[in-house]
Design a binder for this molecule. Structure first.
Ligand code: 6MZ
Length: 347
């Protein structure tokens, strides 16, 4: 991580709704993984983008491939998920929706089912450790893998939704936005929606996805990841914005990820400004805290300094994120009480 955030942001209770498991792996955990697999000749510099560095989005996707080589057994996933949850908790995150794409690996006997079970085990272990964080899981579809895999993933998510008593809440659609088309995934996403899985879809992360966004917004999704190119100033359209606004679909916004991945030219030009000014639900998230060398406290601080938000406005922003979690109302109420109890007397 680059700079530590100020105390206000570290102590601010936070909700993290857009975090990819393998993108969230810290330097410490990467080192443990490297020592388990020295033969891969992977160095830490290959798994994270440091201060002042940028990559193309394509290069970011190469980084995930390196991390996937390091994380390829149930044991690895258990360790990675446990570490990631502990780190979010240490950063003041009180509620976390973690997402990850189940993978199989013949060499280690890893199955997609075993993958999800390992994440669930980590969530349960952290709970029994008494960590002050409520963690849920979203099963991710990698868009590159096409129609059949998407359907298979939805069926798996459905099974886990039923058997985990609310730990598996929904589905994420992610992966390299330049590969594949949402229309091929529509049947799977419709099935997911109809069986009660919540949908968080990466939309318009790169330009030229308007047609796909238009199609996927018709579902409609429950939350949008990034949505960088939805609005007219970024080459999107008023009709896309209208659909988002009419359906009141919150946006999960990841400032450092977008700047380092170069889909946004600089922090001050981030589309947070557009949606926040409009009063549209905007949720600050990390995306891949390990790969982009950040944490959620830092992202809130960057938002405050870039857009001139007061401590009070930042508090409100973190509190409002509670309304957009996928867990049921009773959980929202508990979190709201927690925020009330932690609220500073004066800002
Ligand atoms: C789209 C992303 C992403 O699933 O192995 N992922 N998809 N846009 C992004 N913006 C930078 N960041 C991460 O975590 C890594 C996977 O998450 C998705 C990609 O599919 C990546 O392979 P998991 O835990």
């Amino acid at each position: 991580m680059e700079n530590e955030a100020d105390a206000f942001y570290r102590e601010l209770p936070k909700v993290e709704l857009h975090a990819h498991l393998n993108g969230s792996v810290s330097v410490n955990t990467i080192e443990k993984l490297i020592s388990r697999k020295p033969h891969l000749n992977i160095e830490h510099g290959m798994t994270a983008i440091g201060k002042g560095q940028r990559r193309t989005l394509d290069e970011c996707f190469q980084v995930f491939k390196v991390i996937h080589q390091l994380v390829d057994s149930e044991e690895d996933i258990l360790m990675v998920a446990t570490d990631v949850i502990r780190e979010f908790a240490a950063d003041g995150v009180k509620y976390l929706e973690l997402r990850s794409t189940p993978r199989e690996e013949k060499r280690t006997g890893l199955t997609k089912k075993g993958y999800i079970e390992s994440v669930i085990k980590a969530i349960k272990n952290c709970k029994s450790e008494g960590l002050d964080i409520d963690v849920r899981f979203l099963v991710a579809i990698d868009r590159r893998n096409g129609t059949e895999v998407a359907m298979e993933t939805v069926k798996l998510a459905e099974e886990f939704m039923q058997s985990t008593d609310g730990l598996v809440l929904g589905l994420d659609l992610s992966g390299d936005p330049t590969v594949g088309h949402g229309k091929d995934l529509l049947p799977a996403l419709l099935r997911a929606k109809n069986c009660g899985l919540k949908l968080s879809l990466h939309l318009s992360e790169v330009p030229s996805q308007q047609e796909e966004s238009n199609l996927l917004l018709s579902l409609p999704p429950d939350r949008i990841g990034h949505g960088t190119f939805l609005h007219p100033e970024m080459g999107g359209s008023q009709s896309l914005v209208d659909q988002v606004v009419t359906n009141n679909i919150p946006l999960e916004l990841c400032l450092t990820s977008n700047v380092k991945g170069q889909t946004v030219p600089c922090y001050s030009k981030h589309h947070f400004q557009y949606w926040y000014q409009m009063g549209h639900p905007s949720i600050i998230c990390t995306d891949d805290k390990g790969v982009f060398s950040t944490n959620l406290s830092q992202e809130y601080q960057l938002t405050a300094t870039t857009f001139g938000l007061s401590h009070e406005a930042i508090w409100k922003l973190s509190q409002q994120a509670i309304d957009w979690i996928f867990a049921p109302d009773a959980v929202k109420q508990q979190l709201k009480q927690k925020w009330e109890a932690m609220k500073p007397q004066v800002f």
